[in-house]
Write a protein that binds this ligand. Sequence first.
Ligand code: KG4
Ligand code: ZN
Length: 344
Amino acid sequence: MIKNTLFSKTPVCIGPESGYDNYIMAIESSCDETACAIVKNGREVISNVVASQIKTHAQYGGVIPEIAAREHLESINVVIDEAFKQADMKPKQITAFAGTVGPGLVGCLLVGLNAAKTLALVHDKPFIGVNHLNAHLCGNYIDTDLNPPYIALLVSGGHTQIIDVKSYSEQQIIGETIDDAVGEAYDKVARLIGLPYPGGPVLDKLAKEGNPNAFKLPEGKVDGYNFSFSGLKTAVLRLVKSFDGKELPVNDICASFQECVSSTLFKKVKKALEESGYKQVVIAGGVAANSEIRRKIFELEKEGYRVNAPAMKYCTDNAAMVASCAYFNTNTFDDVDVEVFSRA
Ligand code: KG4
Ligand code: ZN
C-alpha cells in the first residue's frame, strides 16, 4: 500500500509488497497501558515497552479515565525513548509511525495518537491510524507465519466478537455480545466475590483450585454466533446472596463461572469453523490470556485445526500488535486529521 509522508508528500510503499524491510513504530494508549513498540515487517518485535497503570487504578476498583489520561501524559515520552533505546534505532530508520485511534477512552487515546502524529510530522514519515480491535487480531501475526483466512475469537474488556477474517484487509463480524463483554463479566463477577481489580487474571488463577462442576450456571441462550453474559452475572449474584453472609466457596464459584464462559465461547467458535470450512482459528484480546479459554480452543488442534493465540504479553494491550496491524493494513486510516473515537 502507498502512504504519503506529511510534508514532502513523497509516497512510501508500506506492507508485505513493499519489497524492503519495514520498521514501524507504534503507540498504544487506549485504556490503562502506555505502550510503544518497533516491529519489523509486521512479525518481528524489535522493541516492546509497556507502562501499566494497574496499581494506580486498583485502589479505585476500576479505571478512572481522567487519572489514566494524566498518567499517559507522564509516561508517553519515557516509553517512546525506551523503545528507541531497546531497539538501538534512530527515528530516521523508522519507515512509518502508527497510533491507536479507537475504540477506547478518548482522553487516553488523544495522548498516544497525538504523539504518533507528531513523530510522523517531525520526522517527515507516513502516519498510520489503527483500530484497536484489529490490532488485537494482529497480535497473532507476531512471531508466526499465520495468514488469513481464519476465524477469530476476540475477547477483551470491552468486546466479544467472532470474526470471519477473509484477508488482511477484509473481515466480517459474524457474532458479538448483546450485553456484557467477556472481560467485563469477569471483572464484574470478580468484584461480586470480593476479588481485586482487574478481576480476570485473579479469577482465572483461583478457578484452577476449584471444582468447575460445583455450581450449574446458565449459558446465555442467543441465536447464531451472538453472546449474552448478563444473565450469567445475575446468576452469580444470586448464588453469592444464597450464602447469606456465610463464607463463600470462592474457588468453586470461580471454576464454575469459568467453565460456563469457556464452554459457551468454545461451542460458538467450533460452529463458526464448521460452517466456514476454514482450518485455522485464532484468539485475541486481553481475555485470550485466560488459561481455560486457551486450553479449550487449543483442543481443536486434535481435530486438525491450526490454532493460534498471541504470547501472553501480546494478548493484553501492547503496541507491537498496533505496529503489526499498520504493516498489514488491516483497515487502517492514513489521514493525519483522523480523530479519536470511543466506541466501535
Ligand atoms: O484487551 P484488554 O487488555 O483491554 C481492552 O481492550 O479491554 O483486556 C482487558 C480485559 C480485562 O477485563 C481483564 O480482566 C481481562 O482482559 N483479562 C482476563 C485475563 N487476563 C486479562 N480475563 C480472564 N482471564 C485472564 N487470565
Ligand atoms: Zn485491548
